[in-house]
Design a protein. Structure first.
Length: 209
């Protein structure tokens, strides 16, 4: 016959050690990482030129989205644009936009956004607040972000899509150049409409050896 004795309750110090050991042995589920798919992502803008809207886009950029499905508020996004990659379909205009009159790409080569908070705002909708740095000026902005969906492509890559649009005042970032028209008004508007549509690829876990 075996006699079983009840185990004594652990001391507070031992309980803390046990809790730490369990946390290490059973870590929280890590956030999922997604990187922007440049071939299927558009970073565009529109600004008024005299009477009509003229559009353009940036062609070189990179971004990472960290998604915490259990706690979406812990999700984040970082985004870097190479300012010299601006393209409006008119080479002379593009060179002017790269000059000190506008983006001054020689001194300020990148435009960056780094989130500071993510808040749910309805089904598939989020308010993403972060710091936007352009031409050496950093300002906090809030972007209305819509989740477009998730899917796998024919090659098994897991995809996720987002889009956002906002309006920026270029003068708040030190982009002040303009010309007054003889009949009144100015050559270039101050408000810039920005539209970003992102398709991102899930980062695959390294293959086990």
């Amino acid at each position: 016959m075996k006699i079983r004795f009840p185990l004594p309750a652990p001391s507070p110090r031992h309980a803390a050690v046990l809790a730490t050991a369990l946390a290490v042995a059973s870590p929280a589920v890590a956030a999922e990482s997604y990187t922007f798919d440049k071939a299927h992502t558009t970073v565009g803008f529109q600004v008024r030129h005299i009477v009509t809207m003229v559009g353009g886009k940036f062609q070189d950029f990179a971004g990472v989205v960290q998604i915490d499905r259990a706690k979406p508020e812990n999700s984040s996004v970082e985004f870097t644009i190479q300012a010299a990659s601006i393209s409006t379909g008119e080479p002379k205009r593009d060179e002017h936009l790269k000059s000190p009159d506008f983006f001054d790409v020689a001194t300020h080569p990148t435009i960056t956004f780094k989130s500071t908070s993510v808040k749910a705002a309805g089904k598939d909708a989020f308010q993403v607040t972060g710091n936007l740095t352009m031409r050496g000026v950093t300002k906090s902005i809030t972007l209305p972000v819509t989740l477009l969906g998730e899917a796998k492509d024919p090659w098994g890559n897991e995809k996720i899509g987002f889009e956002t649009s906002t309006t920026l005042d270029r003068k708040e970032y030190g982009i002040n150049w303009n010309k007054t028209l003889d009949q009144g008004g100015v050559l270039v508007g101050d408000e810039v409409k920005v539209q970003v549509s992102v398709e991102a690829n899930k980062v695959k876990a390294p293959a086990s050896k």
